[in-house]
Design a binder for this molecule. Structure first.
Ligand SMILES: Cc1cc2nc3c(=O)[nH]c(=O)nc-3n(C[C@H](O)[C@H](O)[C@H](O)COP(=O)(O)O)c2cc1C
Ligand SMILES: Nc1ncnc2c1ncn2[C@@H]1O[C@H](COP(=O)(O)OP(=O)(O)O)[C@@H](O)[C@H]1O
Length: 210
């Protein structure tokens, strides 16, 4: 897979509208966003029942879809070992570059490693209350089985929807179950045309052309 350089600032056409991409420095992250109105679901499938869910923070929805690109760095190594759900972490610089009006929480969207294929993903933004992290992290679980790790590669993501706030849990099993439900919810949502169209966004095509 190709490593490294990410193009500098400029406008990129996208299914969700024009997107400003800003190269934050040297080989690191390119981030950007395109505001796009979205109606929010009033209910969420939950263990076979339809349960009301709190409305998403309005700020989050105004910022979506949100495009972000940066290097994959090491985290605490818990994703694979403790949860069986690996999560690729962005560097501190990318995390700090996230707009403050994208609230912490659990999101879904599309992801691509290097110039590889685009896959569905779920994303956690925040402090992982279960683990009481002291630093904010942005972690992507790509819904795909990779043959090997991809630390140091460039991960490109577009966040298209919000699932829920971050929570604390009574047990590791409860956290794992919640993440598995998030994955199922993401798979369903991403098949909807409004999210599916972002899989083909120029943001990913540009990355492939490099
Ligand atoms: C879809 C998804 C949902 C998550 N939800 C929570 C959550 O509600 N509470 C929490 O403490 N951590 C949550 N996490 C974060 C995990 O705790 C974190 O990915 C794990 O600690 C691995 O971190 P590491 O990659 O730094 O080792 C979530 C992660 C994902 C991918
Ligand atoms: N489907 C996947 N989604 C995310 N990362 C994956 C996936 N498959 C393999 N990986 C690799 O696993 C790493 C994350 O594993 P994890 O145990 O959470 O470690 P860390 O805490 O260092 O992020 C990623 O950085 C990536 O290199």
């Amino acid at each position: 897979m190709r490593r490294g350089h990410v193009h500098s600032g400029g406008w990129a056409g996208g299914a969700g509208g024009a997107v400003w991409l800003a190269d934050l420095s040297g080989s690191s992250p390119v981030v950007g966003s395109a505001p796009c109105g979205r109606r929010w679901r009033a209910a969420q499938r939950h263990g076979g029942l339809w349960a009301p869910v709190p409305p998403p923070p309005r700020m989050a929805m105004r910022q979506l879809p949100y495009f972000c690109r940066g290097e994959v760095v090491k985290g605490f190594g818990r994703g694979s070992k403790e949860l069986g759900i690996p999560t690729a972490n962005f560097s501190e610089q990318v995390v700090e570059s996230f707009p403050s009006d994208i609230p912490t929480g659990i999101y879904y969207g599309w992801a691509c490693v290097g110039n590889g294929d685009v896959h569905k993903m779920v994303l956690s933004i925040g402090w992982n209350p279960f683990y009481k992290n002291t630093k904010k992290s942005v972690e992507t679980h790509i819904i795909h089985t990779f043959k090997e790790d991809f630390y140091g590669e460039i991960l490109s993501i577009v966040i298209t929807g919000y699932i829920r706030p971050e929570k604390n849990f009574d047990s590791l099993d409860a956290l794992i179950s919640a993440i598995q439900e998030d994955i199922e919810e993401a798979k369903r949502q991403l098949d909807l045309p409004e999210h599916l169209k972002l899989k083909e966004d120029n943001f990913f095509i540009c990355q492939k052309a490099k």
